[in-house]
Design a binder for this molecule. Structure first.
Ligand SMILES: Nc1nc2c(ncn2[C@@H]2O[C@H](COP(=O)(O)OP(=O)(O)OP(=O)(O)O)[C@@H](O)[C@H]2O)c(=O)[nH]1
Ligand SMILES: [Mg+2]
Length: 399
C-alpha cells in the first residue's frame, strides 16, 4: 500500500500550533495563552487538496478514504502537534529533548511562527517581539540537535568501533538512521560541503555546516506566519516577505483562528465553507457579533486569498517535500470491479517512476510490471516514466 506522510507542527510555545492542529483536523486538543499547554504530541488526520480527475472523464468519483467536495479531493494525511520548543531544548531546556525525538517521525515540518510579536522567546506574553528571532531559533535548535547526533557518528568512526574499513559516510548514516538518511546521501552532502572525507580535519564550522546540510535534506521546513489577523502580524509579514534575507524561505500567511472559526460555523450550519477556499457564504441565522466576526474573516480572505491552514499543509507536502498525488485508473473507464470510480488518490514520493508507483500499489504489481497506461491519452508509459502530479495511471502486469 502507498505510505502515509506525517507533517509536524513545530515552534516555540503559544504560537498557535494546537489551534492550527484543531482547525486542520477538527480535533479538540487544549489551546491556551500560556506556554506548554501541550505536553504529549497528538496525531490527527488532516487533508490535502487535489483537484479530482473524475470530471475530466465525465464521471463522479467514489473515494475510499477522504472525500470529494465539488471537484476537489480531500486526501488524508497525518498531522502531528508537537510540544513547544524553547531555546536550549537540545540541552534539555523546557520540555527538552523528548520533543525533538517526536520530530523524528515526521517527513516535513510546518514551523508555526507568531507574527503578531505578542509572545516572547519562551511563549510568555510580551509586546514587540521580532518573529525573525523565532525563525532563526528553531533552525538553530534543529541544527544543534543534528550536530549532537553527527558528533556521535564521528566519534564512532574515529574510535574504530565498527569494522575497520567502514567509510565515514557509512558510520554517519548508521548514526543518523533515525533521520531516514542513507550512506549515499551523506556522501553526496559531504562532497557538496567540500570538507573532505577525513573528519579529523573538520573544524567546528565544518561540522555545523554538515549537520545543517543533513537537516535541510532530511527535514524540509516551511513557515506558517500565524496570527496574521492582527495588525502587528500583518506589518511583520509585509516587512519579512520583502526582506531579501528571507527570499529562500517559504512563508505562508495564516490565521489558524479564522480557519477554526469558519469550520466551526460550517459545522453549526451557519456558513457554507470549503476548507482552503477564498470565500464562504452565510446560510444561517447569525447574531450581530457573529456577523462582525465573519466580516473580519472575509476581509482576511480578500487580503490573503485563504486562511492559510490548507495552503500551509499543501505547500509543505507538495512543494517543499515534492510528494506526488496520483490516481490509479483503468484505460477502459475509471471504475473497478466493485463499481467504485477513481476510489484512490495516492501520495507517492518525489521523483517516483511508473515502476515505483506499481511497487507502491503492491510488490506483486511491481514484480509483474509490463508497462503503464496514461488513462487520459491511452498512451503507453515505460517503467522509467516520471510520474507527474494528478496522473491517472493503469499498471499492466504479467499476472
Ligand atoms: N490572533 C490569533 N491568535 C491565535 C491564533 N492562533 C492561536 N492563537 C492564540 O494563541 C494562543 C496559543 O495557542 P495554542 O494553539 O495553544 O498554542 P501552542 O503553540 O499549541 O502552544 P503550546 O502548546 O503551549 O506550545 C491561544 O490563546 C490562541 O487562541 C490566530 O490565528 N490568531
Ligand atoms: Mg499546543
Amino acid at each position: 500500500m502507498s505510505r502515509s506522510y506525517r507533517i509536524g507542527l513545530v515552534g516555540k510555545p503559544s504560537v498557535g500550533k494546537s489551534t492550527f492542529f484543531n482547525a486542520a483536523t477538527m480535533n479538540d486538543v487544549p489551546e491556551g495563552a500560556y506556554p506548554f499547554t501541550t505536553i504529549d504530541p497528538s496525531v490527527g488526520e488532516a487533508y490535502v487538496r487535489v483537484e479530482c480527475a473524475a470530471p475530466e472523464f465525465e464521471e463522479a468519483c467514489t473515494p475510499n478514504v477522504g472525500y470529494c467536495d465539488d471537484g476537489m479531493r480531500f486526501v488524508p494525511t497525518k498531522l502531528v502537534d508537537v510540544a513547544g520548543l524553547i531555546p536550549g531544548a537540545h540541552e534539555g531546556k523546557g520540555l527538552g529533548n523528548q520533543f525533538l525525538t517526536d520530530l523524528n517521525e515526521t517527513d516535513v515540518l510546518i514551523h508555526v511562527v507568531d507574527f503578531s510579536g505578542t509572545t516572547d522567546a519562551e511563549g510568555e506574553p510580551t509586546e514587540g517581539h521580532d518573529p525573525r528571532e523565532d525563525i532563526a531559533f528553531l533552525e538553530d535548535e534543529l541544527d544543534q540537535w543534528y550536530l549532537g547526533v553527527l558528533e556521535k557518528g564521528i566519534e564512532r568512526y574515529e574510535s574504530g568501533y565498527t569494522t575497520e574499513d567502514d567509510a565515514i559516510e557509512d558510520d554517519l548514516a548508521e548514526q543518523m538512521s533515525a533521520f531516514k538518511t542513507t550512506a549515499d546521501e551523506i556522501k553526496r552532502l559531504i562532497r557538496r560541503a567540500e570538507v573532505g572525507f577525513e573528519p579529523a580535519d573538520w573544524d567546528d564550522t565544518d561540522r555545523l555546516d554538515l549537520a545543517r546540510a543533513i537537516r535541510k535534506a532530511t527535514k524540509p521546513l516551511i513557515v506558517a506566519a500565524n496570527k496574521l489577523d492582527t495588525p502587528e502580524g500583518q506589518a511583520h509579514y509585509e516587512a519579512i516577505t520583502n526582506d531579501p534575507d528571507y527570499e529562500e524561505l517559504t512563508i505562508v500567511p495564516c490565521s489558524a483562528h479564522a480557519e477554526k472559526a469558519l469550520k466551526s460555523a460550517e459545522k453549526a450550519g451557519v456558513v457554507d465553507y470549503r476548507p482552503g477556499d477564498d470565500e464562504f457564504e452565510i446560510i444561517g441565522e447569525i447574531s450581530d457579533e457573529q456577523a462582525a466576526g465573519l466580516e473580519q474573516i472575509r476581509e482576511f480572505l480578500d487580503a490573503y486569498g485563504a486562511t492559510g491552514v490548507q495552503a500551509a499543509l499543501e505547500t509543505a507536502l507538495f512543494d517543499e517535500l515534492g510528494v506526488i498525488p496520483v490516481f490509479p485508473g483503468g484505460a477502459n473507464g475509471l471504475g473497478n470491479e466493485r463499481g467504485e470510480v477513481l476510489p484512490d488518490c495516492y501520495l507517492i514520493p518525489p521523483e517516483s517512476t511508473a515502476e515505483d508507483f506499481a511497487y507502491s500499489l503492491h510488490s506483486d504489481i511491481g514484480d509483474g510490471f509490463l508497462h503503464a497506461i496514461d488513462c487520459r491519452t491511452n498512451r503507453q508509459l515505460g517503467a522509467e516514466y516520471a510520474v507527474e502530479p494528478r496522473d491517472v495511471i493503469e499498471i499492466v502486469t504479467t499476472n
